[in-house]
Ligand binder design. Structure first.
Ligand code: NDP
Length: 442
Protein backbone atom coordinates (compact mmCIF):
# COMPACT_ATOMS: atom_id res chain seq x y z
CA UNK A 1 0.00 0.00 0.00
CA UNK A 2 1.30 3.48 -0.80
CA UNK A 3 2.43 5.81 1.99
CA UNK A 4 -0.39 8.25 1.19
CA UNK A 5 -3.07 5.54 1.22
CA UNK A 6 -1.72 4.11 4.43
CA UNK A 7 -1.88 7.47 6.19
CA UNK A 8 -5.37 8.14 4.84
CA UNK A 9 -6.60 4.78 6.15
CA UNK A 10 -5.21 5.65 9.58
CA UNK A 11 -7.10 8.96 9.47
CA UNK A 12 -10.39 7.19 8.82
CA UNK A 13 -9.75 4.61 11.50
CA UNK A 14 -8.69 7.13 14.13
CA UNK A 15 -11.39 9.72 13.30
CA UNK A 16 -14.53 7.72 12.50
CA UNK A 17 -17.78 9.52 11.60
CA UNK A 18 -16.02 12.72 10.49
CA UNK A 19 -16.65 12.77 6.71
CA UNK A 20 -15.75 16.45 6.22
CA UNK A 21 -12.35 15.88 7.84
CA UNK A 22 -11.75 12.79 5.67
CA UNK A 23 -12.71 14.79 2.55
CA UNK A 24 -10.30 17.63 3.37
CA UNK A 25 -7.42 15.27 4.15
CA UNK A 26 -8.03 13.19 1.04
CA UNK A 27 -8.06 16.26 -1.20
CA UNK A 28 -4.63 17.31 0.06
CA UNK A 29 -3.04 13.87 0.26
CA UNK A 30 -4.04 12.88 -3.28
CA UNK A 31 -2.03 15.86 -4.59
CA UNK A 32 1.14 15.03 -2.72
CA UNK A 33 2.40 11.79 -4.27
CA UNK A 34 4.78 13.54 -6.72
CA UNK A 35 6.27 15.61 -3.88
CA UNK A 36 6.74 12.55 -1.69
CA UNK A 37 8.43 10.74 -4.59
CA UNK A 38 10.91 13.61 -4.84
CA UNK A 39 11.41 13.80 -1.06
CA UNK A 40 11.59 10.31 0.44
CA UNK A 41 12.94 11.90 3.65
CA UNK A 42 9.41 13.15 4.41
CA UNK A 43 8.18 9.58 4.81
CA UNK A 44 11.14 8.64 7.04
CA UNK A 45 10.35 11.65 9.24
CA UNK A 46 6.65 10.72 9.45
CA UNK A 47 5.64 14.12 8.08
CA UNK A 48 2.18 13.03 6.90
CA UNK A 49 1.35 11.04 10.04
CA UNK A 50 2.22 14.10 12.13
CA UNK A 51 0.45 16.53 9.82
CA UNK A 52 -2.93 14.78 10.04
CA UNK A 53 -2.89 14.57 13.84
CA UNK A 54 -3.70 17.90 15.56
CA UNK A 55 -1.07 19.07 18.02
CA UNK A 56 -3.82 19.71 20.56
CA UNK A 57 -7.64 19.43 20.72
CA UNK A 58 -9.53 21.31 23.40
CA UNK A 59 -13.22 20.56 23.99
CA UNK A 60 -15.17 22.33 26.71
CA UNK A 61 -18.59 23.06 28.22
CA UNK A 62 -20.14 26.49 27.59
CA UNK A 63 -22.99 27.14 30.04
CA UNK A 64 -24.99 30.38 29.75
CA UNK A 65 -28.37 31.77 30.80
CA UNK A 66 -30.91 32.80 28.15
CA UNK A 67 -33.27 35.79 28.36
CA UNK A 68 -35.99 33.69 29.99
CA UNK A 69 -33.63 32.64 32.79
CA UNK A 70 -33.15 29.11 31.48
CA UNK A 71 -29.69 27.51 31.61
CA UNK A 72 -28.35 26.50 28.20
CA UNK A 73 -25.30 24.35 27.56
CA UNK A 74 -23.27 24.33 24.34
CA UNK A 75 -20.04 22.63 23.39
CA UNK A 76 -16.97 24.72 22.63
CA UNK A 77 -13.79 23.57 20.91
CA UNK A 78 -10.44 24.75 19.64
CA UNK A 79 -8.17 22.62 17.48
CA UNK A 80 -4.52 23.73 17.54
CA UNK A 81 -3.52 21.83 14.45
CA UNK A 82 0.00 22.82 13.44
CA UNK A 83 2.44 25.44 14.72
CA UNK A 84 5.41 24.75 12.43
CA UNK A 85 5.15 28.18 10.77
CA UNK A 86 3.92 30.35 13.64
CA UNK A 87 1.24 30.75 16.32
CA UNK A 88 -1.99 28.88 15.58
CA UNK A 89 -4.29 31.06 13.51
CA UNK A 90 -7.82 30.44 12.28
CA UNK A 91 -11.40 31.47 12.89
CA UNK A 92 -14.17 30.51 15.28
CA UNK A 93 -17.43 29.20 13.82
CA UNK A 94 -20.74 29.41 15.72
CA UNK A 95 -23.32 27.26 13.91
CA UNK A 96 -25.60 24.40 15.02
CA UNK A 97 -23.85 22.03 12.58
CA UNK A 98 -20.48 22.43 14.33
CA UNK A 99 -18.85 19.28 15.71
CA UNK A 100 -15.25 18.07 15.86
CA UNK A 101 -15.23 16.80 12.25
CA UNK A 102 -16.10 20.27 10.88
CA UNK A 103 -13.56 22.07 13.03
CA UNK A 104 -10.87 19.54 12.13
CA UNK A 105 -11.53 19.88 8.41
CA UNK A 106 -11.31 23.65 8.70
CA UNK A 107 -8.20 23.51 10.90
CA UNK A 108 -6.46 21.14 8.50
CA UNK A 109 -7.21 23.37 5.48
CA UNK A 110 -6.00 26.34 7.47
CA UNK A 111 -2.46 24.94 7.78
CA UNK A 112 -1.89 25.08 4.02
CA UNK A 113 -3.84 28.28 3.47
CA UNK A 114 -1.78 30.08 6.08
CA UNK A 115 1.40 28.72 4.59
CA UNK A 116 0.37 30.05 1.16
CA UNK A 117 0.05 33.60 2.53
CA UNK A 118 3.81 33.61 3.15
CA UNK A 119 3.20 35.06 6.62
CA UNK A 120 4.33 33.44 9.91
CA UNK A 121 1.13 31.73 11.05
CA UNK A 122 0.33 28.13 11.96
CA UNK A 123 -3.07 26.47 11.52
CA UNK A 124 -5.98 26.24 13.97
CA UNK A 125 -9.76 26.53 14.12
CA UNK A 126 -12.46 26.55 16.74
CA UNK A 127 -16.12 27.12 17.39
CA UNK A 128 -19.31 25.94 18.97
CA UNK A 129 -22.67 24.41 18.10
CA UNK A 130 -24.24 27.64 19.44
CA UNK A 131 -26.64 29.29 16.97
CA UNK A 132 -26.49 33.10 17.14
CA UNK A 133 -29.50 33.34 14.82
CA UNK A 134 -32.57 34.66 16.65
CA UNK A 135 -30.64 35.37 19.87
CA UNK A 136 -30.66 38.78 21.51
CA UNK A 137 -27.45 40.80 21.77
CA UNK A 138 -27.37 40.08 25.50
CA UNK A 139 -27.66 36.34 24.94
CA UNK A 140 -24.84 36.46 22.39
CA UNK A 141 -22.74 38.45 24.88
CA UNK A 142 -23.33 36.01 27.73
CA UNK A 143 -22.50 33.09 25.47
CA UNK A 144 -19.29 34.73 24.21
CA UNK A 145 -18.21 35.56 27.77
CA UNK A 146 -18.76 31.97 28.89
CA UNK A 147 -16.91 30.65 25.82
CA UNK A 148 -13.94 32.87 26.63
CA UNK A 149 -13.99 31.86 30.31
CA UNK A 150 -12.41 28.59 29.16
CA UNK A 151 -10.70 29.57 25.90
CA UNK A 152 -8.57 32.38 27.39
CA UNK A 153 -6.14 29.98 29.07
CA UNK A 154 -5.29 28.33 25.74
CA UNK A 155 -4.72 31.40 23.53
CA UNK A 156 -2.47 34.48 23.40
CA UNK A 157 -0.91 36.91 20.93
CA UNK A 158 2.12 34.60 20.48
CA UNK A 159 0.28 31.31 21.08
CA UNK A 160 -3.03 31.11 19.24
CA UNK A 161 -4.97 33.98 17.65
CA UNK A 162 -8.61 33.22 16.73
CA UNK A 163 -10.77 35.30 14.36
CA UNK A 164 -14.30 35.17 12.90
CA UNK A 165 -15.99 32.67 10.59
CA UNK A 166 -19.63 31.68 10.04
CA UNK A 167 -21.72 33.19 12.84
CA UNK A 168 -18.79 35.12 14.31
CA UNK A 169 -18.51 38.71 13.11
CA UNK A 170 -17.60 42.06 14.63
CA UNK A 171 -20.18 41.83 17.43
CA UNK A 172 -18.99 38.44 18.65
CA UNK A 173 -15.28 39.34 18.37
CA UNK A 174 -15.97 42.45 20.49
CA UNK A 175 -17.61 40.47 23.29
CA UNK A 176 -14.90 37.79 23.18
CA UNK A 177 -12.15 40.40 23.29
CA UNK A 178 -13.73 42.26 26.20
CA UNK A 179 -13.90 39.08 28.26
CA UNK A 180 -10.31 38.07 27.40
CA UNK A 181 -9.12 41.48 28.59
CA UNK A 182 -11.20 41.25 31.76
CA UNK A 183 -9.79 37.81 32.62
CA UNK A 184 -6.13 38.43 31.80
CA UNK A 185 -5.75 42.17 32.24
CA UNK A 186 -3.91 42.27 28.92
CA UNK A 187 -4.68 44.43 25.89
CA UNK A 188 -2.96 42.44 23.18
CA UNK A 189 -3.50 41.16 19.65
CA UNK A 190 -5.12 37.91 20.79
CA UNK A 191 -8.03 38.07 18.34
CA UNK A 192 -8.26 39.52 14.84
CA UNK A 193 -11.26 41.06 13.13
CA UNK A 194 -11.42 43.53 16.04
CA UNK A 195 -13.27 46.83 15.73
CA UNK A 196 -11.28 49.80 14.47
CA UNK A 197 -11.75 51.65 17.78
CA UNK A 198 -9.87 48.95 19.70
CA UNK A 199 -6.93 48.13 17.41
CA UNK A 200 -8.57 46.28 14.55
CA UNK A 201 -7.17 46.65 11.04
CA UNK A 202 -8.64 48.54 8.15
CA UNK A 203 -9.65 46.17 5.30
CA UNK A 204 -10.00 43.13 7.62
CA UNK A 205 -13.80 43.19 7.21
CA UNK A 206 -13.51 43.34 3.43
CA UNK A 207 -10.42 41.14 3.14
CA UNK A 208 -11.75 37.68 2.30
CA UNK A 209 -14.19 38.93 -0.34
CA UNK A 210 -11.75 41.44 -1.83
CA UNK A 211 -8.93 38.90 -1.76
CA UNK A 212 -11.12 36.32 -3.49
CA UNK A 213 -11.79 38.71 -6.35
CA UNK A 214 -8.12 39.77 -6.58
CA UNK A 215 -7.25 36.09 -6.92
CA UNK A 216 -10.02 35.51 -9.45
CA UNK A 217 -8.93 38.51 -11.48
CA UNK A 218 -5.34 37.22 -11.66
CA UNK A 219 -6.51 33.72 -12.57
CA UNK A 220 -8.78 34.80 -15.43
CA UNK A 221 -6.35 37.42 -16.75
CA UNK A 222 -3.80 34.62 -17.21
CA UNK A 223 -6.29 33.06 -19.68
CA UNK A 224 -7.04 36.33 -21.45
CA UNK A 225 -10.42 36.92 -19.73
CA UNK A 226 -11.65 39.90 -17.75
CA UNK A 227 -14.21 40.71 -15.08
CA UNK A 228 -15.33 43.69 -17.13
CA UNK A 229 -18.85 42.93 -18.34
CA UNK A 230 -18.95 39.43 -16.80
CA UNK A 231 -22.08 38.10 -15.12
CA UNK A 232 -21.36 36.67 -11.68
CA UNK A 233 -23.38 34.52 -9.25
CA UNK A 234 -22.32 34.57 -5.58
CA UNK A 235 -23.83 32.25 -2.98
CA UNK A 236 -24.22 33.35 0.64
CA UNK A 237 -24.82 36.89 1.85
CA UNK A 238 -22.49 37.02 4.82
CA UNK A 239 -19.13 38.66 5.30
CA UNK A 240 -17.31 36.94 2.44
CA UNK A 241 -20.14 37.21 -0.09
CA UNK A 242 -20.92 40.89 0.56
CA UNK A 243 -17.36 42.11 0.02
CA UNK A 244 -16.86 39.83 -2.96
CA UNK A 245 -19.84 41.58 -4.56
CA UNK A 246 -18.36 44.98 -3.71
CA UNK A 247 -15.04 44.17 -5.41
CA UNK A 248 -16.66 42.53 -8.45
CA UNK A 249 -18.69 45.72 -8.92
CA UNK A 250 -15.56 47.86 -8.61
CA UNK A 251 -13.82 45.79 -11.29
CA UNK A 252 -16.70 46.08 -13.75
CA UNK A 253 -18.52 42.77 -13.28
CA UNK A 254 -22.24 42.38 -12.54
CA UNK A 255 -23.50 40.16 -9.71
CA UNK A 256 -27.04 38.96 -10.44
CA UNK A 257 -27.74 36.52 -7.58
CA UNK A 258 -27.02 35.95 -3.88
CA UNK A 259 -28.44 33.57 -1.27
CA UNK A 260 -28.76 32.56 2.36
CA UNK A 261 -29.65 29.23 3.92
CA UNK A 262 -33.33 29.59 2.99
CA UNK A 263 -33.18 30.73 -0.64
CA UNK A 264 -31.73 32.99 -3.30
CA UNK A 265 -32.60 36.24 -5.02
CA UNK A 266 -32.05 36.87 -8.72
CA UNK A 267 -31.89 40.47 -9.89
CA UNK A 268 -31.05 40.69 -13.57
CA UNK A 269 -30.32 44.43 -13.20
CA UNK A 270 -27.50 43.64 -10.82
CA UNK A 271 -27.75 43.19 -7.04
CA UNK A 272 -28.28 46.39 -5.03
CA UNK A 273 -25.48 45.92 -2.51
CA UNK A 274 -26.59 48.74 -0.21
CA UNK A 275 -29.91 46.93 0.25
CA UNK A 276 -28.10 43.66 1.05
CA UNK A 277 -25.80 45.35 3.57
CA UNK A 278 -28.79 46.88 5.29
CA UNK A 279 -30.69 43.58 5.44
CA UNK A 280 -27.76 41.43 6.50
CA UNK A 281 -25.38 43.68 8.46
CA UNK A 282 -27.91 45.87 10.25
CA UNK A 283 -31.37 44.29 10.29
CA UNK A 284 -29.98 40.70 10.45
CA UNK A 285 -32.89 39.72 8.19
CA UNK A 286 -33.46 37.10 5.47
CA UNK A 287 -32.40 37.41 1.83
CA UNK A 288 -36.07 37.29 0.81
CA UNK A 289 -36.48 40.76 2.41
CA UNK A 290 -34.68 42.08 -0.70
CA UNK A 291 -38.00 41.80 -2.53
CA UNK A 292 -39.50 44.47 -0.25
CA UNK A 293 -37.06 46.93 -1.78
CA UNK A 294 -36.82 45.36 -5.24
CA UNK A 295 -40.14 43.73 -6.16
CA UNK A 296 -38.88 43.24 -9.71
CA UNK A 297 -36.28 40.70 -8.45
CA UNK A 298 -37.08 36.98 -8.23
CA UNK A 299 -36.86 34.70 -5.20
CA UNK A 300 -36.22 30.96 -5.39
CA UNK A 301 -35.50 28.07 -3.05
CA UNK A 302 -33.78 25.65 -5.46
CA UNK A 303 -30.12 25.69 -6.44
CA UNK A 304 -28.66 29.13 -7.08
CA UNK A 305 -26.27 27.45 -9.57
CA UNK A 306 -29.10 27.03 -12.09
CA UNK A 307 -28.75 30.72 -12.86
CA UNK A 308 -26.72 31.36 -16.00
CA UNK A 309 -23.41 33.11 -15.34
CA UNK A 310 -19.84 33.54 -16.58
CA UNK A 311 -18.30 33.25 -13.13
CA UNK A 312 -19.50 31.42 -9.99
CA UNK A 313 -18.24 32.29 -6.52
CA UNK A 314 -19.54 29.93 -3.81
CA UNK A 315 -19.23 31.93 -0.56
CA UNK A 316 -21.64 30.21 1.87
CA UNK A 317 -20.56 26.86 3.29
CA UNK A 318 -18.99 23.43 2.69
CA UNK A 319 -20.36 21.10 -0.01
CA UNK A 320 -22.91 23.64 -1.29
CA UNK A 321 -22.07 23.02 -4.97
CA UNK A 322 -22.34 19.42 -6.15
CA UNK A 323 -21.70 17.53 -9.38
CA UNK A 324 -25.16 18.32 -10.80
CA UNK A 325 -24.64 22.00 -10.11
CA UNK A 326 -21.22 21.84 -11.77
CA UNK A 327 -22.74 20.23 -14.88
CA UNK A 328 -25.37 22.95 -15.08
CA UNK A 329 -22.81 25.72 -14.70
CA UNK A 330 -20.62 24.21 -17.42
CA UNK A 331 -23.59 23.78 -19.78
CA UNK A 332 -24.50 27.42 -19.15
CA UNK A 333 -21.05 28.58 -20.26
CA UNK A 334 -19.48 29.38 -16.88
CA UNK A 335 -15.73 29.79 -17.44
CA UNK A 336 -14.39 30.38 -13.91
CA UNK A 337 -15.18 29.26 -10.36
CA UNK A 338 -13.37 30.48 -7.25
CA UNK A 339 -14.15 29.28 -3.74
CA UNK A 340 -14.82 32.05 -1.21
CA UNK A 341 -16.12 29.51 1.30
CA UNK A 342 -14.08 26.60 2.62
CA UNK A 343 -14.58 23.40 0.57
CA UNK A 344 -17.89 24.59 -0.98
CA UNK A 345 -17.48 22.36 -4.04
CA UNK A 346 -17.75 18.61 -3.60
CA UNK A 347 -14.71 16.70 -4.92
CA UNK A 348 -16.79 15.49 -7.90
CA UNK A 349 -17.77 19.05 -8.80
CA UNK A 350 -14.19 20.33 -8.50
CA UNK A 351 -12.85 17.52 -10.71
CA UNK A 352 -15.54 18.21 -13.29
CA UNK A 353 -14.52 21.86 -13.50
CA UNK A 354 -10.85 20.97 -13.94
CA UNK A 355 -11.54 18.30 -16.58
CA UNK A 356 -13.75 20.72 -18.54
CA UNK A 357 -11.12 23.48 -18.48
CA UNK A 358 -13.20 25.73 -16.25
CA UNK A 359 -10.66 27.84 -14.36
CA UNK A 360 -10.90 26.75 -10.73
CA UNK A 361 -9.54 28.57 -7.67
CA UNK A 362 -9.60 26.31 -4.60
CA UNK A 363 -10.60 27.88 -1.28
CA UNK A 364 -7.31 27.45 0.49
CA UNK A 365 -5.74 29.74 -2.10
CA UNK A 366 -8.64 31.92 -3.22
CA UNK A 367 -10.03 32.80 0.22
CA UNK A 368 -6.69 33.23 1.99
CA UNK A 369 -7.04 37.03 1.93
CA UNK A 370 -8.98 36.99 5.21
CA UNK A 371 -6.33 35.25 7.23
CA UNK A 372 -3.57 37.14 5.44
CA UNK A 373 -5.11 40.42 6.55
CA UNK A 374 -5.55 38.97 10.03
CA UNK A 375 -1.78 38.43 10.05
CA UNK A 376 -1.38 42.06 8.95
CA UNK A 377 -3.61 43.02 11.89
CA UNK A 378 -1.28 41.05 14.18
CA UNK A 379 1.71 42.89 12.73
CA UNK A 380 0.07 46.28 13.36
CA UNK A 381 -0.86 45.22 16.91
CA UNK A 382 2.74 44.18 17.62
CA UNK A 383 4.04 47.52 16.31
CA UNK A 384 1.17 49.40 17.98
CA UNK A 385 0.83 51.37 14.76
CA UNK A 386 -2.13 51.27 12.35
CA UNK A 387 -1.68 51.28 8.60
CA UNK A 388 -3.91 53.19 6.18
CA UNK A 389 -6.62 51.49 4.12
CA UNK A 390 -4.45 51.78 0.98
CA UNK A 391 -1.42 50.29 2.70
CA UNK A 392 -3.32 47.21 3.90
CA UNK A 393 -5.25 46.85 0.64
CA UNK A 394 -2.04 47.03 -1.43
CA UNK A 395 -0.43 44.38 0.73
CA UNK A 396 -3.53 42.17 0.44
CA UNK A 397 -3.51 42.56 -3.32
CA UNK A 398 0.19 41.68 -3.50
CA UNK A 399 -0.33 38.60 -1.33
CA UNK A 400 -3.22 37.32 -3.49
CA UNK A 401 -1.26 37.80 -6.72
CA UNK A 402 1.63 35.96 -5.14
CA UNK A 403 -0.56 33.06 -3.98
CA UNK A 404 -1.90 32.68 -7.51
CA UNK A 405 1.63 32.65 -8.92
CA UNK A 406 2.97 30.16 -6.38
CA UNK A 407 0.05 27.78 -6.90
CA UNK A 408 0.22 27.94 -10.68
CA UNK A 409 4.01 27.57 -10.71
CA UNK A 410 3.88 24.54 -8.39
CA UNK A 411 1.18 22.99 -10.61
CA UNK A 412 3.32 23.47 -13.68
CA UNK A 413 6.53 22.28 -12.00
CA UNK A 414 4.91 18.98 -11.04
CA UNK A 415 3.22 18.43 -14.42
CA UNK A 416 -0.32 19.58 -13.58
CA UNK A 417 -0.46 22.84 -15.53
CA UNK A 418 -3.54 24.97 -14.70
CA UNK A 419 -4.62 22.61 -11.92
CA UNK A 420 -4.61 25.02 -8.99
CA UNK A 421 -5.98 22.42 -6.57
CA UNK A 422 -2.79 20.41 -6.92
CA UNK A 423 -0.66 23.55 -7.16
CA UNK A 424 -2.04 25.14 -3.98
CA UNK A 425 -1.75 21.89 -2.03
CA UNK A 426 1.85 21.35 -3.09
CA UNK A 427 2.94 24.96 -2.55
CA UNK A 428 1.24 25.12 0.86
CA UNK A 429 2.54 21.72 1.95
CA UNK A 430 6.16 22.20 0.92
CA UNK A 431 6.78 25.12 3.28
CA UNK A 432 5.18 23.35 6.23
CA UNK A 433 7.07 20.12 5.55
CA UNK A 434 10.40 21.97 5.37
CA UNK A 435 9.71 23.74 8.68
CA UNK A 436 8.69 20.45 10.32
CA UNK A 437 11.84 18.75 9.05
CA UNK A 438 14.00 21.54 10.48
CA UNK A 439 12.33 21.44 13.89
CA UNK A 440 12.79 17.72 14.57
CA UNK A 441 10.24 15.16 15.73
CA UNK A 442 7.96 17.27 17.92
P1 NDP B 1 -21.25 34.52 7.60
O1 NDP B 1 -21.81 33.89 8.81
O2 NDP B 1 -20.99 35.98 7.59
O3 NDP B 1 -22.18 34.18 6.33
C1 NDP B 1 -22.45 32.88 5.95
C2 NDP B 1 -23.43 32.90 4.82
O4 NDP B 1 -23.58 31.57 4.31
C3 NDP B 1 -24.81 33.35 5.22
O5 NDP B 1 -25.44 34.00 4.14
C4 NDP B 1 -25.50 32.04 5.55
O6 NDP B 1 -26.92 32.08 5.46
C5 NDP B 1 -24.94 31.14 4.48
N1 NDP B 1 -24.96 29.76 4.95
C6 NDP B 1 -24.45 29.26 6.10
N2 NDP B 1 -24.68 27.95 6.21
C7 NDP B 1 -25.39 27.62 5.12
C8 NDP B 1 -25.94 26.41 4.65
N3 NDP B 1 -25.84 25.28 5.35
N4 NDP B 1 -26.59 26.43 3.45
C9 NDP B 1 -26.70 27.59 2.74
N5 NDP B 1 -26.20 28.75 3.14
C10 NDP B 1 -25.56 28.77 4.31
O7 NDP B 1 -19.91 33.69 7.28
P2 NDP B 1 -18.68 34.11 6.37
O8 NDP B 1 -19.13 34.90 5.22
O9 NDP B 1 -17.63 34.64 7.26
O10 NDP B 1 -18.17 32.68 5.88
C11 NDP B 1 -18.66 32.05 4.68
C12 NDP B 1 -17.68 30.98 4.24
O11 NDP B 1 -16.39 31.58 4.00
C13 NDP B 1 -17.42 29.87 5.25
O12 NDP B 1 -17.16 28.66 4.56
C14 NDP B 1 -16.14 30.32 5.94
O13 NDP B 1 -15.42 29.23 6.51
C15 NDP B 1 -15.39 30.91 4.75
N6 NDP B 1 -14.32 31.83 5.07
C16 NDP B 1 -14.57 32.95 5.83
C17 NDP B 1 -13.54 33.83 6.10
C18 NDP B 1 -13.79 35.10 6.82
O14 NDP B 1 -12.85 35.92 6.90
N7 NDP B 1 -14.97 35.36 7.34
C19 NDP B 1 -12.16 33.57 5.66
C20 NDP B 1 -12.03 32.42 4.79
C21 NDP B 1 -13.08 31.58 4.54
P3 NDP B 1 -27.80 32.14 6.81
O15 NDP B 1 -27.60 33.52 7.34
O16 NDP B 1 -29.17 31.84 6.35
O17 NDP B 1 -27.23 31.08 7.72
Amino acid sequence: MSYVQDVFNQVIERNPHEPEFHQAVNEVLESLTPVLDRHPEYESAGILERLVEPERQIVFRVPWVDDTGKVQVNRGMRIQFNSALGPYKGGLRFHPSVYLGIIKFLGFEQIFKNSLTGLPIGGGKGGSDFDPKGKSDNEVMRFCQSFMNELYRHIGADVDVPAGDIGVGGREIGYLYGQYKKLTGRFEGVLTGKGLSYSGSLVRKEATGYGLVYFLDEMIKAQGKSLQGSTVVISGSGNVAIYAVEKVNQLGGKVVAMSDSTGYIYDRNGIDLDAIKLIKEIERGRIKDYLNRHPEAEYGEGSIWNIKCDIALPCATQNELNEEDAKTLIENGCFAVAEGANMPCTPEAAHLFISNNVMFGPGKAANAGGVATSALEMAQNSMRLPWTFEEVDNRLHGIMVNIYREASQAAEEYGFKNNLIVGANIAGFTKVAEAMMAQGIV
